[in-house]
Design a binder for this molecule. Sequence first.
Ligand code: TXA
Ligand code: MG
Length: 340
Amino acid sequence: MLFISAMAKIRSATDALIEHAAQILRDGGLVAFPTETVYGLGAHACDEDAVAKIFTAKGRPSFNPLIVHVAHMDQAAELVEMDSRAKTIATHFWPGPITLVLPQKQGNGIAGNVSAGLPTLAVRIPAHEVARKLLSKAAIPVAAPSANKSGNLSPTRPTHVAEGLGDAVDVILAAGACDVGVESSVLDLSTDVPTLLRPGGITREMIADALGCDVALLDMDAIKDETDGQPKSPGMLLKHYAPKIPVRLNAVDVEPGEALLAFGSLKFMGIKGGGRASDLPDSAIRNLSESQDLHEAASNLFAMMRALDLNAHKAIAVMNIPDHGIGCAINDRLRRAAAG
Ligand code: TXA
Ligand code: MG
């Protein structure tokens, strides 16, 4: 019964419903909405109680700050100090799948629990039409993490949101599958050296090209050792994107009992002890992209991992994914899944 009521929260994102959802946000409620990356769980970013509902619904530790979503550049400029680098990135890639971490402006009205007490704030203008309409209508900054339980796979379909958080949200604005499929790149511009805290839809190469300088990559091992003060990107410390069953990377064959997350041709994939991967039952195999298109693979990643995450499988074996372009973001999520 619970499950049915959760699914009933899914409603097609008509203009009338978006208008209604904008009012729910202004009134302090929770709205799940599509973005080009993943579905977000939104709340009024200036309303501390509304933001607190996000942390409760997700089971998210309070030290992990949220991204604030706005519709327009001038709204962003009211919240954070946009230096020339920030303006360059914004002009190149907003609206789009990149988040900027910048120094907060004094008295910007953002509730303290959004940024977990940090002096910086993460801001992004999403590109998805429904997200843009919702943010325009609401005319407030909207704090929104991915609409999944903390640590679980991110949602790229309305049903994923309902499965994890359906009972906690007031409404799920449904608009099909997310295009990009992995979360936004998080770029820290609060320091002298631009640092990519999370690889995502906009690649490190694209950012470096736009800025005309090198972009550092957050060193996971370095932050794990960090014991003094605040960690640089609190969210990156956590076990993330984990299915319930183990994940085995760079598989060159399939072990009996494993499911296969493939990339490209299956011609040379065998099952240990005999048999071909192409003979696996439908329930035990998904191909991220038969044509080895990394964008298609990113878009399929979370939905296909969910589909294979069955107790009937011993583990998910994942074929090698090239580590360039958006492949870096895919591999980042897969490594976290395997570590979990
Ligand atoms: O694509 C996305 O970014 C999606 C959609 C809904 O916009 N949102 C999303 O939010 O992925 P979330 O909460 O799942 O991830 C936000 C990441 C976390 O790793 C968090 O630690 C980091 O951004 N973050 C947020 N504010 C930060 C800050 N002030 N400094 C450093 N990292 C920050
Ligand atoms: Mg998340």
